[in-house]
Design a protein around this ligand. Structure first.
Ligand SMILES: Cc1ncc(COP(=O)(O)O)c(C=O)c1O
Length: 374
């Protein structure tokens, strides 16, 4: 078999994982095996601990097969009563996706929208909640990966709680690298996935939730495979998944959790990502690429850059040349600006960022782009 060419991923995920995380997958375990069910229980309680809480404090964690979107859909399809009304705070593609999921499920959906370079404004959320008492739940993306913008989690969580509504957070691109303490930040459902800042491999999402809130949704499920409450009850009663679990991805995740701990937890990981992000932004500016976001709202995880102004620059050519050299970046997803994205998360460090910047410079020179610092 030909050895595959290794590539470095500077993407929103899946991301580069450590050799030891990949190694941990090289075992076949049965889904009813005691060792496997013990690993699932360990992961559930470790996830709660990462979020500053525990089962004793009235929270629990459930793993859900499928990617992050499946986790979000499981919350909408069974964590919100069918007659609930959902306000979605939108400043990018992933907020819009939550609204799409909820509408597809037949729910009443309200939207508050911001430009993609503007964070959610807590004051407008408060006004909407005062004006519309029928809104029962609010959903927000913490780090909107469309641009890499950070939304104000604590402020919005407090407003939602003070108005007696439930709060759902998409923490796909933050959990594991941006500290979130659910004992201090009032969140009812937090959804994230195995393959982003947790640095595991793709295969499942997970939901951390207030048990009394999910408990109260008995009979509300509008999906069988994405019935979060049923998944929770079965895990509690039998330790097992209802349907085939991604055993290998779960083994990798247990190792990824251990590596997150030995790195020093989300704070230390976030600080590694921040160092890389700052180095990336500075280096790209020198090569003529303007970051799309203001630095105050920029996350450590992914950065959006505007296209180079030189007429010799074309993104497709740039992307393919970089990929051929072993560096994978990501196209943009913005509605109103020509941009692309570069991730600074996963098992990479400053050496990889330097190597990427060298490759970007060489690629631009090969394309005949004049390198003018912005
Ligand atoms: C903020 C956010 N929410 C949701 C998703 C969807 O996750 P998935 O592609 O794993 O379904 C992503 C994926 O990039 C994301 O970044």
């Amino acid at each position: 078999m030909d050895a595959p060419q290794e590539k470095l991923l500077f993407t929103p995920g899946p991301l580069n994982t450590s050799p030891t995380v990949k190694q941990a997958m090289l075992r076949d375990l049965g889904s009813r095996d005691d060792e496997f069910t013990g690993i699932v229980a360990e992961i559930r309680s470790e996830l709660l601990a990462l979020a500053g809480t525990s089962a004793e404090d009235g929270f629990d964690a459930v793993l859900m097969q499928g990617s992050g979107t499946f986790g979000l859909e499981s919350v909408c399809a069974s964590g919100i009563p069918a007659d609930g009304e959902l306000l979605v705070l939108i400043n990018g593609v992933y907020g819009r996706r939550i609204a799409h999921i909820a509408r597809t499920l037949g729910m009443a959906v309200w939207e508050l929208d911001w430009d993609e370079d503007h964070p959610v404004a807590p004051g407008s959320v408060e006004e909407a909640l005062v004006e519309h008492p029928e809104i029962s739940h609010v959903a927000m993306v913490h780090c909107e990966t469309t641009t890499g913008i950070m939304n104000p989690l604590q402020e919005v969580a407090e407003i939602v709680k003070s108005h007696g509504r439930h709060f759902i957070v998409d923490a796909m691109s933050s959990f594991g690298a941006v500290p979130i303490d659910m004992s201090k930040t009032p969140i009812d459902y937090l959804v994230s996935s195995s393959n982003k800042c947790m640095e595991g491999v793709p295969g499942f999402s997970f939901v951390l939730f207030r048990t009394e809130v999910l408990e109260a949704t008995k009979g509300a499920a509008r999906s069988v495979s994405l019935d979060l409450r049923e998944q929770w009850k079965t895990l509690e009663e039998t330790g097992q998944f209802r349907f085939t679990p991604p055993t290998h991805a779960i083994l990798a995740f247990r190792q990824a959790l251990r590596e997150l701990k030995s790195e020093g937890g989300p704070e230390a990981r976030g600080s590694r990502y921040s160092t890389m992000q700052e180095m990336l932004s500075e280096g790209m500016l020198e090569l003529g690429f303007q970051p799309y976001l203001a630095s105050e709202v920029q996350s450590p995880v992914i950065t959006t850059f505007r296209y180079h102004k030189d007429s010799a620059f074309d993104f497709e050519g740039f992307y393919h040349r970089l990929t051929e050299s072993g560096f994978v970046i990501y196209p943009g997803k913005l509605s109103e600006a020509d941009c692309f994205r570069v991730g600074s998360a996963g098992q990479i460090g400053v050496e990889e960022i330097i190597a990427l910047l060298v490759a970007v410079r060489t690629t631009l020179e090969d394309m005949g782009v004049t390198l003018t610092p912005v």
